[in-house]
Design a protein around this ligand. Sequence first.
Ligand code: FEO
Length: 399
Amino acid sequence: MEKKISDRIRYVGVNDHTKVIFEGMWPLPFGVSYNSYLVVDEKVALIDTVEAGFEKEYLGNIRNEIGDRKIDYLVVNHMEPDHSSLIATIREHYPDIRILTSAKAVPMIKGYFGLTDNIHAVKEGESISLGESSLTFYMAPMVHWPETMVTYLGEEKTLFSGDAFGTFGAVDGAVLDGGAHLCGWLDKSESCFAEFRDEMTRYYSNIVGKYGQTVQAALKKLSGLQIGRICSTHGPVWENHVADVVSYYDRLSRYEAGKGVCIVYSSMYGNTAKAAKALAAELAGRGVKYAIHNLCTENVSFAYRDLFKYDTLAVGAPTYNNDIFPPAYNFMYGVCARLVKNRKFFAFGSFTWAGASVRLLNEMAAKQGFELISDGISFPQAYSSRKCDMAAVAELMAR
Ligand code: FEO
């Protein structure tokens, strides 16, 4: 893989195809990359590290680029272990390396690695010269943790953005967006941004989704910088699609969604499932975009992805213990935790002797400020089109 991003910037990250579940929750059908970069000038800076388990490959990547040269600085933009795990390993191999990080990361470095010496807490807007170029640091709290900062290399118009603008999906063949492709079976005919957009949405909605307000604040703060290249910690390096990814992040963090319906359902004996499929068929018949997810069989991350894509959410859940069937309750808990707003909402579900789920789903949605498109459909025992007039619901959604 081409490691040269520019004369000064080298890619030294790794691709992970063995981790099945990221953060213990999110599947990785296309793998994931942990990106790390060297900035090589009179002095050398290493930007972030990678996940544990890649020590040999990572140190080899570094040596392939700079041989036995020393590294002067380790910039720690973000302390989540997928990027910080090898801080102590780097210090072991480069004992004089000076760590540059935010004040909030300093106690985290002590807590994770017991390191307290030769660490400099940079200030907002502080610059460190590497020779002909310099690194400038901007705090970006809660994008994605409170200690998060980003690093700007002005001479290269390059932003080392941490998780921001990152995606799931490994980048084995090439890391630059002129040549990077999502690993796996997808058609490769579209642009790199189009190819990665769904995995970027799934990454954003599941990991950063709660922090729309702080992402907006960071975008505003960084809007004055000339950015010609974004080196994120996950996925491609953006050069050709900088405007696309910045505008997409802006849209995601404002919870703006396109017209369409995200149908999520849970079902014990198939009746609520039949209602969900009837709604999908009615929407399809009217040319309305939709996605449909079974919360009992799929990882929920795909449903959250489509929650962020579409402006209408339809949730199906039977009544269980006089409450919402747990898979749907858990999903709705996650919707609320992500502070999602500006959605239209519709609830449906079956019951046998007393219905509660639709009323309770509506209450959760109303608290979230969603617009209920109707009172929902709570139906007894078996599904039938007479009990569930999904044609009428689809009409409302098609407006
Ligand atoms: Fe990729 Fe928040 O770590």
